[in-house]
Design a protein around this ligand. Sequence first.
Ligand code: PAF
Length: 275
Amino acid sequence: MQVFETIGAFRAARTAYPTLGFVPTMGFLHEGHLGLVRRAKAENGAVAVSIFVNPTQFGPNEDYASYPRDPERDLTLLKEAGADLVFLPTPDVLYPPGSVTRIEVGGVADELEGQSRPGHFSGVATVVTKLFNIVQPQRAYFGQKDAQQCAVVRRFVADLDIPVEIVVCDIAREADGLARSSRNVRLTTENRQKAPALFQALQKAARLFRNGERDVDILENAMRAVLTEAGLPDIDYATVVNADTFRREQPCSDNALALLAVQAGEVRLIDNMPL
Ligand code: PAF
């Protein structure tokens, strides 16, 4: 496994690989990331991983400074998972003085996370486009946990004619159902015990949907009740949207996706489930 901090050195090494899968990450890797790395390796023969906590996708009051970081541990895990190339730039490598260009995605990026976290998807789209230009993978792998991010990436890849196939992989969960996330380590013991309520709320909506419920108010209230009863009343959104547009429809279509964003102390948890 080779590790590079500069664009030039990475590009030089990349020429040795005719086909490359790519997993962009912000580090502090967990089993969800490692599953993506193993799948990318199996499907492409070789895999590159980036580790970069991207400042442009964090709002001024968000957790950029406290986002967990442990590059040494990440590199050990990536070696075990079979990564071939690792790109580990510093912020000034990707955003040198004078860099002002940003990508703005409309449509799907304007909903939900787009409203709660203004500028977030512009930061994601900008950094992922830059990483695609540097890594030049055939395929890139993302986790369904960030369902809206996956839809945004698919959108700008299509709009900008970027020749990368986007592969979305299932959510990796803990034994109690909590979706794996680098931020979980920042949960207090008490909130970690409450956090599986997100999965339980989604399961509740899925059960109701399976039984024929299509009234979005009823589905949303059912999810809210589970979260509140579990001691997680600070709900940013608990909703059901069309999985293609991320727009709320009443009644919901068969192509429905339930999504949650909940503040648990210092940590904002998100999760989702196709209904
Ligand atoms: O999902 C993430 O970890 C980040 O949003 C990504 C795709 C690596 C861009 O910084």
